[in-house]
Design a binder for this molecule. Sequence first.
Ligand code: HH2
Length: 264
Amino acid sequence: MGVLNVTPDSFSDGGRFLDVDRATAQALAMIEAGADIVDVGGESTRPGAAPVDADEEQRRVTPVIRAIRQAGRGTVISVDTTKATVAEAALDAGAHIVNDISALRFDERMAAVARDSGAGVVLMHMRGTPQTMQQEPAYNDVVGEVRSFLEERIAAAEAAGIGRAQIAVDPGIGFGKTVAHNLALLARLETFRDLGCPMIVGTSRKSFIGRVLGREDPADRVWGTAATVAWAVSHGARVVRVHDVAAMRDVARMTVALMKEQAT
Ligand code: HH2
């Protein structure tokens, strides 16, 4: 899954793809580089980011989604949003998946949008909101608590009429977690794979990699990202959400080749 942030303030690619033509060109470049899914977001979720109103968010993402669809390569498109109106407009423009970092909690209409459209839904773990999530996050048992949260959100989605086959889960690396929490979650990824829904993992260029390696600039975190992608794929991730599609596709494919060999 290639990341495309149509925002002025995303931590890694903020401000680069605000213009529809540039965003579309980046989407096509990621598809060319082997992305199976393009994840289009119009609101930064980095810690402390300013919220964006629904009209503005919709104005950012829908033309880009439409343009990707018109390019006609059959690529799956996800929309990274917590807002039902944005999700509806995005699905209308041709998106297939709602990637909701709040796991259907921030907008009470979101579950109905997913149910009625039949779209795929990503349920991600986050503590608090992007504004508050990094204020001294604390857990007694981060792995157990994230697992329980995802179990509860799967049950809530199913109770709202969303089919099990529509659902994917994500432990939410970097969302209300310290470096130690992120490493613990990655070290126990099978726990979330065993929930029985496809697992997505998003580590790309995130600050815990910067902290482990002493890399301030997100662009210098690509090799650290590669280690986490190989790890995630070999521990059950079905989808990895990344900025550096060409490089990470090779990392993922090589890891899969080794996994197949190990299984024989
Ligand atoms: N991470 C980010 C945004 N959306 N969605 C899922 N499912 N999983 C993730 O780990 C995830 C996500 C944050 O990264 P990015 O989009 O690159 O930056 P920003 O939030 O600053 O726009």
